[in-house]
Design a protein around this ligand. Structure first.
Ligand SMILES: Cc1ncc(COP(=O)(O)O)c(C=O)c1O
Length: 304
């Protein structure tokens, strides 16, 4: 069974993980009316009493915005306060993943977002590599990424992950590691839980925020970082066949970090990835708090 950290945040306080229980009649469980976040916390390589959070402010803002899309309020201060309390209670000694979740906590039926109670919880688990850092094989999914006119795609709405789940399982059951989803206009959108980048002729290209992507925090960071490294960046619609002839293709996400794609359908991609390698080395140093130019992207949380 999956191991979780001993304490969870539940109903406004830290409680032992096993005591954080909800009813089988919980509204969000049936209707997918929740929104979550996903953040990594790693022990500070320079101070054993501290853990590091990457872009905690951005993660808190996106979750707060997701809550607003579900017509409920959850402030960034509440999120960051709960995360700090939970880290102090658990005192993690290995890299962990934090999963905050805001959801309709009322009991009973009727899909709605008005006249309903909501709650906020967080649990945590140890997390190493989510995808192989050596690279993954991808299939183009038969499932289409949802459209913003049918679902608020700028939030991490739990119900939306049915499409990710179908796409991921279809990919794995047909012998691939990961799924790439096209949007309803037939352009590349993203993977089941990661954004996508490609490199062509030294230019870094990624589908824009109008391509039905989740506005990934790793994606935004890679774009900002590339600009400081004099790598030209273009956000534009991407065709499937561009991936087949790209010099490099890689995925970004909090769980996946930066993961290269080594194969798409039957096409084997280049194994030399100088642009991705340079970006990844820099991002790893930043997340470990070792890059003074990007200190402001890292929060140091004291565990004492
Ligand atoms: C659908 C989807 N796209 C992209 C991402 C990457 O976002 P981030 O870099 O903020 O983790 C995630 C992960 O949260 C995701 O679930």
């Amino acid at each position: 069974m999956q191991q979780f950290l001993p304490y969870a945040w539940f109903q406004g306080q830290c409680v032992p993980f096993e005591e954080a229980r909800i009813s089988i009649a919980t509204h969000a469980l049936h209707y997918g009316t929740g929104a979550f976040g996903g953040m990594r916390a790693i022990p500070d390589p320079q101070n054993e009493d501290t853990v590091l959070l990457f872009r905690a402010d951005r993660h808190a803002r996106r979750l707060s915005q997701s809550a607003r899309l579900l017509l409920t309020e959850l402030t960034e201060e509440t999120i960051l306060g709960a995360i700090t309390a939970l880290l102090k209670a658990n005192k993690p000694t290995q890299p962990i993943y934090l999963r905050p979740f805001v959801y309709t906590s009322d009991l009973g039926i009727a899909p709605r977002l008005h006249n309903i109670e909501t709650d906020f919880l967080i649990y945590a688990l140890p997390l190493g590599d989510y995808l192989s850092p050596e690279g993954v094989s991808c299939r183009i999914s038969s499932w289409t990424r949802q459209e913003d006119r049918s679902l608020p795609l700028r939030g991490k709405i739990s119900g939306a992950y049915i499409t990710s789940s179908l796409a991921k399982t279809e990919a794995v059951q047909s012998g691939f590691d990961e799924a790439l989803l096209l949007n309803s206009r037939g352009k590349i959108s993203e993977a089941s839980g990661m954004n996508l980048f490609l490199v062509r002729d030294g230019q870094l290209i990624t589908p824009g925020v109008d391509q039905d992507i989740l506005e990934g925090i790793t994606r935004a960071s890679v774009i900002e970082l590339a600009k400081t490294m004099d790598i030209p960046v273009v956000e534009r619609p991407v065709d499937k066949t561009e991936l087949m002839i790209a010099d490099e293709v890689f995925l970004t996400g909090t769980a996946a970090k930066i993961t290269p794609i080594r194969q798409i359908e039957t096409t084997t991609l280049n194994s030399e990835r100088p642009v991705m390698k340079a970006l990844k080395e820099r991002l790893v140093a930043i997340t470990q708090g070792l890059d003074p130019a990007f200190e402001h992207w890292v929060s140091r949380i004291s565990l004492s």
